[in-house]
Design a protein. Structure first.
Length: 596
């Protein structure tokens, strides 16, 4: 049977067909849908782990217990999981273990575009790179076999275009994969130096065997219909992009198993070529091997070092004279900056925060990162997941050294708090940091598409789970100044910030209100009984046209230049009434039940 699938759906299907038993992940674009689709298969245990390190450690534990396991994450997530990755690579597996890294050339939703093929080389583990949905299925199945055959975790590296594009796939029935008997063996599973020194030699022996496998692996193949003198060496989605440019006018070495690279196959392909192009995104990973083998090639000296290697990018690098003049802009195209949604609970908080003077705002990864831009300009730094508290702590200590009156407000979301922010908060508490720590609890992992987390009360499969109370956790850590507030009540937000900014010890503010786009749980409706039952309306007689309300940045608001009046889109408004609290004329009122 054939079916149209995205790469992420196909990766999940491949794991299902390979008989995976255990799968863990932390959501992150472009990898999120892998675990969401795996969770649809009833006989597979799936979970949202609190972060990528925990996900890989859980998958490693399941593997050592004899089960086929999988961990998936976006590229920066593998940085978080790097610690267990390198040791697990030494240790080897019980049941097969596959790790999926979804890289993002072009940085569509990421803070960098690192090339995680380098992790496979550094950790000395085998790696597959599928170029379409069918290969996602095939290579996941093959990866589990390779994992068990060579006693190693296997990395599958995909990119955004593979994850999110669709193509036809052939479905097969799942294989019968039994959980292997657990063998209690401390010398094989306890990573102390005496054991690890033995494993280290095994890794090198394994890489030699994998080098032989790479030369004959069906994922690596020469496509040379007419024995062209022009050769293109590529992998992943770049193969399809290159094929669109060169068509049948070149020979191709398509690499799908890319660590270790098949050096003999590369040498044979290059031997009779007059011109060799190496087309790959980000680092010169393949190019370095081609040059090491003694062949001249055109790689990063011709093609960009960063961004996606789309057909237009390849054409513009090789045939710039054929490209249209892009300096001529289209005046009919209006750009739209990213913005927080109408009714977003972060909006009232950041509007209020933007009014505070003499503060530095340490930010984090989430929807709320948009507070760095207009109209709030209320975020000064953002490094990585969970960094806001720890980076803010470092900044505050320097302010204290300099006897500066500047204070740090550090913000992160609920899911980020569980991910790694809790560790940063512990550090602040231990080192008595005067940072005002703010946890923006919108009751869901919003930015990546509303995944559950330990604070929502549900698992990935929708089963009830213990709901971790953030305020109780913070108090248990020893914070004396803790307050949970409604971020839509601007005076409450302002008063709490003013009070806590005067403190010289750790404090925590928790803003608690559901994401406006969330599918509300029964717990949400019980805690917030008047949730979004009202709309805001404008009394045009009272509206002065001062535009003060527009400074809250709500997309439900617009200004009629002819009438010099503000309008509210009732299709977008959810009645948070932030705009009504800002209006100096009292022209905006809620119509319907009002939340106390």
């Amino acid at each position: 049977m054939k079916q149209l699938m995205t790469g992420n759906e196909a990766l999940a299907r491949g794991a299902y067909e390979a008989g995976v038993h255990f799968a863990a992940a932390y959501p992150g674009t472009p990898s999120t849908e892998i675990m969401e689709n795996l969770a649809l298969y009833e006989n597979i245990y799936t979970e949202w782990s609190v972060n990528e390190k925990v996900a890989l450690e859980a998958a490693a534990g399941a593997s050592l217990a004899g089960a086929r396991s999988m961990a998936s994450m976006k590229h920066v997530g593998l940085n978080v999981a790097a610690d267990p990755l390198f040791t697990f690579a030494y240790m080897g597996v019980g049941g097969g273990c596959v790790i999926v890294s979804a890289d993002e050339p072009g940085q569509h939703s990421s803070q960098n575009e690192q090339d995680n093929r380098n992790y496979a080389q550094a950790a000395k583990i085998p790696m597959f790179e599928p170029s379409n949905s069918q290969e996602c299925i095939d290579m996941v199945r093959e990866a589990f076999d390779v994992s068990e055959q060579f006693n190693t975790p296997v990395l599958i590296r995909v990119t955004t275009r593979v994850c999110h594009s669709k193509s036809l796939v052939r479905l097969q029935e799942p294989g019968k994969s039994k959980i292997r008997p657990y063998i209690k063996d401390a010398r094989a599973h306890v990573s102390v130096p005496a054991n690890a020194r033995i494993w280290r030699k095994n890794v090198e022996d394994r890489m030699e065997k994998l080098s032989c496998y790479s030369e004959t692996c069906s994922a690596n193949k020469i496509i040379d219909p007419e024995h062209h003198k022009t050769g293109v060496i590529t992998s992943g989605i770049c193969y399809h992009h290159a094929r669109e440019v060169f068509g049948d006018g070149a020979a191709y070495l398509k690499l799908g198993f890319t660590n270790p690279l098949p050096e003999t196959l590369i040498w044979e392909f290059c031997l009779n070529k007059d011109t060799i192009y190496v087309i790959e995104e980000n680092d010169p990973y393949i190019e370095n091997t081609v040059r090491k083998l003694g062949f001249q090639c055109s790689g990063k000296d011709v093609f960009p070092h960063f961004g996606e290697m789309t057909p237009d990018v390849i054409r513009s690098a090789l045939f710039p004279e054929q490209m249209p003049d892009k300096t001529i802009s289209d005046p009919s195209v209006i750009t739209r900056e990213p913005t927080l949604c109408a009714g977003c609970p972060h909006r009232g908080f950041f509007y209020t925060l933007s009014k505070k003077k003499n503060i530095m705002v340490s930010g984090d990864i989430g929807c709320y990162t948009l507070a760095c831009s207009e109209p709030y300009n209320a975020m000064d730094t953002c490094i990585c997941m969970g960094s806001s508290f720890s980076a803010g702590h470092g900044t505050q200590k320097v302010f204290d050294m300099e006897k500066s009156t500047m204070k740090v407000v550090a913000v992160l979301g609920d899911s980020t708090f569980f991910h790694s922010g809790i560790n940063s908060l512990i550090n602040s508490i231990y080192n008595r940091s005067a940072v005002v720590h703010v946890i923006l609890d919108n009751r869901i992992t919003a930015m990546t598409g509303h995944q559950q987390n330990p604070g929502t009360g549900y698992t990935i499969k929708g089963d009830p789970a213990d709901q971790i109370n953030i305020e109780k956790v913070v108090r248990a850590l020893g914070v004396q100044h803790v307050r949970t507030i409604d971020p839509n009540q601007l005076q409450e937000v302002s008063d709490t910030l003013d009070e806590y900014l005067q403190l010289d010890e750790p404090s925590v503010i928790i803003t608690r209100w559901p994401c406006a786009l969330k599918k509300f749980s029964k717990e949400d409706l019980q805690e917030f009984p008047d949730l979004f039952k009202a709309k805001c309306i404008v009394d045009e007689k009272q509206c002065m046209g001062c535009k003060a309300c527009l400074k809250c940045g709500c997309p439900a608001l617009s200004f009629n230049e002819t009438e010099k009046k503000v309008r509210v889109s009732l299709n977008d408004c959810v009645g948070c009434n932030v705009c009504g609290q800002i209006c100096p004329a009292g022209a905006i009122k809620k119509e319907g039940p009002v939340h106390d």
